[in-house]
Design a protein around this ligand. Structure first.
Ligand code: PLP
Length: 499
């Protein structure tokens, strides 16, 4: 494809993408193809001769679209959203055009420097304490996902803990102590924390222990529960070195009691003392709400913690992937992740005056992801982003109010919180088993019909439905439609009239 052909193909692709967005609400939101559908309609190998773009493009509608679940549809109310916006897409386009995997500063100074600058902008926008800015000892780095961010900081925390708690030893004694301690290290997270922490522990080769949460504390981590777990770990000879706290849990958008966590840790593992517990704040989804001053009190304790991560690609209009990780001491990351083979050396890295982001992440190569964040921040501005979040919070309240109008059919279990409402279906005959059963049946039938797409979750043993109103194209009419579908489906299932 030469540049003239590229121009024609790109124009045609953009036309098709714009049309896709303009009509997306009319498509069945969740794909209903059978597993293996694509192999049946694609040839068994690549073509011998190159094909024309028009032929390739035609297959998007006929072969790919049927197998897509339309995350950008306003009828998509499942999981958490995966944001997309036109400025975000333009950022991806330029990033692809430049394709400059800037692992070292010299590999493309603009890639590194823009990332540092926009993440400082973002840290200020989210009201993170100054210690997370690159102008102090901290700084931000874009990761591929919140899970990747947790693995990255857990490895830094593990090495920091081992280094600091064995610094008085040397030789064989040091080696033995490290080997012994490694087998005792335990990472903590609440029962409601995302499974990413457990997975990170598997990867980092440490134990994982979850801390119970309850309905009484609205499924958030409390200081008492943390204290109890710390005591248990101590009694068992385990060494807690890492804790994930969550701002907006996946199941219910609960917010952990950060102030209580900070005060319990001040007692059990005082900050800045060898053996302190690294506290990571996982704000993958709800962290976006921190752009609004009315949520910024939530960051008050973060200066006592060590890292914070939020996904711009979930709720802040930036296309996947843009997980923004901030650390209080960048040296901890660099100490754990830096290796310097001769082929990566250069005068700028040696000078110590530049940032080489390869030392802040697991992979070597990296994409120019700050460009799309820059485009989004500039296109919407602070006011535009605040309006975006507030609109969705309001839509969550509208939906929850609708649910409350039918106490005969629905019971709210949690929320609305950060545009998420969690509820159960009222069975005809009372009892938890009947409630779980009908909630599951309604959930499965709604998704099978594919007019809207929602998710379910089991919270403290209760089967519940989740409706999220923060899709970029969300509007009141779609939430009213979702409510109507839920009412009709529930009535059908309760009356045994399902066809
Ligand atoms: N943390 C929370 C609170 C989440 O809700 C999710 C996913 O929804 C994750 C982490 C994992 O996100 P990622 O897909 O970016 O790894």
């Amino acid at each position: 494809m030469d540049s003239k052909q590229f121009k024609e193909a790109a124009t045609s692709a953009i036309d098709e993408i714009v049309n896709y967005y303009d009509t997306i609400e009319n498509r069945r939101v969740v794909s209903n193809v059978e597993p293996g559908y694509l192999r049946k309609i694609l040839p068994s190998g690549p073509p011998e001769e190159g094909e024309a773009w028009a032929d390739i493009q035609a297959d998007i509608e006929t072969k790919i679209m049927p197998g897509l679940t339309h995350w950008q549809s306003p009828n998509f109310m499942a999981f958490f959203p995966a944001s997309s916006s036109f400025p975000g897409m333009l950022g991806e386009l330029y990033s692809a055009a430049f394709t400059a995997p800037a692992f070292n500063w010299i590999c493309s100074p603009a890639v590194t420097e823009l990332e540092t600058i926009v993440l400082d902008w973002l840290a200020k926008l989210l009201n993170l304490p100054e210690c997370y800015l690159s102008t102090t000892h901290g700084g931000g780095v874009i990761q591929g996902s919140a899970s990747e961010a947790i693995v990255t900081v857990m490895v830094a925390a593990r090495d920091k803990y081992l280094r600091e708690t064995t610094s008085h030893l040397s030789g064989l004694e040091l080696e033995d102590s490290i080997a012994h301690k490694r087998s005792k290290l335990v990472a903590l997270g609440s029962e409601a924390a995302h499974s990413a922490t457990q997975k990170a522990a598997q990867i980092a080769g440490v134990r994982f222990r979850s801390i119970p949460v309850s309905k009484e504390s609205n499924f958030a981590l409390t200081g008492e529960a943390l204290e109890e777990t710390l005591k248990q770990c101590k009694a068992e000879g385990l060494e807690p070195f890492f804790l994930t706290t969550t701002l907006g849990t996946t199941a219910t958008c609960a917010v952990d009691d950060f102030a209580a966590v900070a005060s319990v840790l001040a007692k059990h593992a005082p900050p800045n003392v060898p053996g302190e517990i690294w506290v990571h704040v996982d704000a993958a989804y709800a962290g976006a709400a921190l752009v609004c001053p009315e949520y910024q009190h939530l960051t008050a304790s973060f200066e006592h913690f060590h890292s914070f991560d939020m996904n711009m690609h979930k709720w802040l209009l930036t296309n996947f992937d843009a997980s923004c990780l901030f650390v209080r001491r960048r040296k901890d990351l660099i100490d754990a992740l830096s290796v310097m083979p001769s082929y990566l050396r250069n005068e700028f890295s040696d000078s110590g005056l530049v940032t080489d982001y390869r030392d802040w992440q697991i992979p070597l190569g990296r994409r120019f992801r700050s460009l799309k964040i820059w485009f989004v921040l500039r296109t919407y501005g602070v006011k535009g982003l605040q309006a975006h979040i507030r609109k969705h919070i309001k839509l969550g309240e509208v939906f929850a109010d609708l649910i409350k109008t039918r106490p005969d059919l629905f019971t709210i279990l949690s929320g609305p919180a950060f545009a998420l409402t969690v509820f159960t279906i009222v069975p005809k005959t009372a009892g938890k088993e009947a409630q779980d059963q009908i909630s599951k049946e309604v959930y499965e039938l709604v998704n099978k019909r594919g007019e809207i797409f929602i998710t379910s979750s089991v919270i403290a043993g209760i089967y519940a439905l989740r409706v999220v109103s923060s899709n970029p194209l969300a509007e009141e009419q779609f939430l009213r439609k979702a409510f109507r579908i839920l009412v009709e489906t529930t009535e059908e299932v309760r009356d045994g009239k399902v066809i």
